[in-house]
Ligand binder design. Structure first.
Ligand code: PGA
Length: 240
């Protein structure tokens, strides 16, 4: 694992945006795996700036990691909405080339299968961006998730519901289930960038990098991937 420690959130965002820019320039038809949450917001802002200065996104394909079950794409806390607001509507990605699971699909199992097949059809993910939960989750693969799982429906851990309640009016409004790429789906990406910022992530980052490889800390599986770059700020790296 290549570990890059930077000063703060802004330098983490700049470093990851630079790596994405390099990927897009090297291969304009790249398939990118994208994440949501607070961590990648700064990266998306910088990508929008790259686009304003001429970077072309029109030949890229994107797949998001996950989506809440039960939230419509226009629900302000859905990840479909988040991606539209923060990136898709601000760069020239083609709508038909951007993919986020449909949390309202009547048959969730069929939706998971469809999503997994779309990724395969696109040729697999070239570069996957990941955040990490305070409990070590990646995507919504909570502790205990089978490393062999592909895109699937997950029950969110209590700690995740608590962490994400900051985005909702009350904790009761946080969905309890989600569709998430599985660990196997994530591990099939050719390259992975794991980002983390802030002291609340320090224990999870330590366990992911130095702990045993165990489903109890889903991010620890990344120790087995041949091409992972961890970009962390000093607070998140404080226990390394
Ligand atoms: P955050 O979430 O970026 O909002 O901290 C990260 C995650 O849960 O993967």
């Amino acid at each position: 694992m290549n570990i890059v420690v930077v000063a703060n959130y802004d330098s983490m965002s700049a470093e990851v945006a630079k790596l994405l820019y390099a990927q897009i320039t090297r291969k304009p038809t790249s398939v990118l795996g994208l994440a949501t949450g607070s961590t990648p917001l700064g990266v998306y802002k910088l990508l929008v700036e790259y686009h304003a200065r001429g970077t072309d996104f029109s030949r890229l394909t994107t797949f998001n990691l996950d989506e809440y079950v039960g939230l419509a794409p226009d629900h302000p806390q859905s990840y479909n909405y988040y991606m539209k607001e923060n990136l898709f509507s601000k760069v020239n990605l083609k709508p038909e080339n951007t993919h986020v699971p449909n949390g309202l699909a009547p048959d969730l199992e069929a939706e998971c299968q469809r999503y997994e097949e779309l990724i395969k059809k696109a040729g697999g993910i070239d570069l996957q961006i990941l955040g990490i939960g305070t409990n070590g989750h990646i995507g919504f693969n909570e502790p205990g998730t089978d490393f062999g799982a592909i895109t699937h429906v997950v029950d969110l851990a209590e700690s995740t519901i608590r962490d994400n309640s900051r985005f909702f009016a009350s904790i009761d409004e946080v969905p309890t289930r989600a569709i998430s790429m599985g660990i196997k789906t994530i591990m099939q990406a050719k390259e992975i960038i794991l980002m983390a910022s802030g002291g609340s992530k320090a224990d999870a980052v330590y366990a992911a990098v130095h702990g045993p490889v165990t489903p109890d800390v889903p991010a620890s599986v990344l120790q087995l991937h041949p091409s992972v770059t961890l970009v962390v700020d000093q607070a998140a790296a404080s226990k390394l």
